[in-house]
Design a protein around this ligand. Structure first.
Ligand SMILES: [Zn+2]
Length: 409
């Protein structure tokens, strides 16, 4: 391979010269509405762009995600941007129409402007410039660019599908969830849990004949509230949390003693918290209150735009990779080379496709993208177009930097 600095400088200026096209790309991606499960149009658009930009392969996988490939080198790198978005609800007040892709003062507005269409625009442009400036025979890597579907409802699943069912086995993964141009190296995990109690129904006028399933649940709820305050903080991910998000009960009528109650729990997981520890902690609460209750993890199923059915348990493990890992270091070194970015690391508060790649499959994973995480899923999604340019430059340089980093080891 030519001198690395020569290549990287060519890539930096190559991307900078295409800022107008990059802006048009993000604008078009925002204009194509792509709610979870309805991504066909955007997938077809992305595949067409990959072909126009000279990717070596571009297709949609069995689930329906867009998959592109550049190069054939030994180090396999996967760039993932989920291209579905959450819905726009009627009550949301947007400054500009959410699917307009309006640009004002070098900022673009709309659903997906943060979470996370910029990454796909940047990946596409990086791929185009790499193909223009570096011949395939000299590429030390195979780069897969994935526009994954259904992440908002089933995080992790699209990449699990790719590895398990499509035979794509990356050595390293980069996620395009918003990091505000920092290198993120982990996230809190999450899980959902149901607890059910069963009682005995009776007429409300003879309530002493019944056993109230809601009353059986009450001490459990009180203990959960107490537990939330006691959960420990573990840096760099902070503390986990536990929240009762729903109560359901059943009675023969509204004038009867309920014989069934269920609570739904959202549990955010920090380091050293997993499915086993969480179920144990809840079982201890149930034992302490002396009631009989059933604890379970719900399963969700979905159908992709391609008609593919799938199912997943509502458990998404915490993951973190060490700051001194070559992947993190390659990310920080790349950030140093992109004008206007600084080499800082961090972690997400929300959950990502990394639950599958890093959490379940153990593949080293990081994140880098423009945009502020806290604007995700809000009517305030907006993106600085200069930050998008920097991210695209990062994406073009990063595979080369990563190959250098792993060569030294
Ligand atoms: Zn996202």
């Amino acid at each position: 391979m030519e001198n690395m600095n020569t290549i990287q400088n060519a890539l930096l200026s190559g991307i900078a010269s295409q800022q107008l096209e990059l802006n048009q790309l993000i604008q078009r991606l925002i204009q194509i509405r792509s709610y979870s499960g309805e991504e066909q149009e955007i997938v077809e658009y992305i595949i067409k762009k990959m072909k126009d930009f000279g990717f070596d392969e571009a297709y949609s996988d069995g689930l329906g995600s867009a998959v592109g490939r550049i190069g054939n080198g030994p180090i396999k790198i996967l760039f993932d941007a989920h291209i579905d978005t959450v819905k726009v609800t009627e009550s949301e007040e947007w400054q500009y129409p959410p699917f307009g892709g309006k640009i004002v003062d070098n900022k673009i507005y709309g659903r997906g402007a943060v979470d996370e269409k910029p990454a796909m625009a940047g990946f596409l442009m990086a791929g185009k410039i790499i193909k223009q400036h570096v011949g395939n025979e000299t590429l030390p890597f195979t780069l897969y660019v994935v526009g994954s579907v259904f992440e908002e409802d089933f995080e992790g699943y699209p990449l699990m599908h790719l590895v398990k069912n499509e035979g794509i086995t990356p050595d390293f993964v980069l996620l395009g969830e918003p990091t505000d141009l920092r290198v993120y190296r982990g996230q809190r995990g999450r899980m959902e849990i149901n607890i059910e109690t069963v009682g005995r129904s009776a007429h409300g006028a003879h309530n002493d004949q019944g056993i109230n399933a809601i009353y059986k649940m009450t001490p459990v709820i009180a203990e959960i509230e107490k537990l939330d305050r006691q959960l420990p903080a573990k840096e760099p991910l902070g503390k986990g949390s536990i929240t009762v998000t729903q109560i359901i009960s059943r009675a023969p009528s509204l004038c009867s003693v309920p014989d069934y109650a269920q609570i739904h729990i959202d549990r955010r997981l920090t380091l050293d918290e997993d499915q086993e520890s969480v179920l144990k902690e809840l079982q201890e609460i149930v034992n302490k209150t002396g009631i009989d209750a059933n604890i379970s993890i719900p399963r969700y199923s979905g159908v992709s735009w391609k008609g593919t059915k799938f199912e997943q348990e509502a458990y998404f493990p915490t993951w973190i990779i060490e700051e001194d890992h070559p992947l993190v270091q390659a990310g920080l070194k790349t950030a140093e080379k992109v004008p206007g970015t600084s080499a800082k690391s961090g972690a997400w508060a929300f959950s990502t496709n990394g639950v599958a790649t890093a959490g379940q499959l153990g593949i080293p994973t990081i994140g880098f993208a423009p945009g502020k995480e806290e604007l995700s899923h809000s009517s305030r999604e907006e993106l600085e177009l200069d930050d998008l340019l920097k991210a695209a430059q990062f994406y073009a340089l990063f595979p080369f930097q990563l190959c250098e980093a792993t060569k030294d080891k």
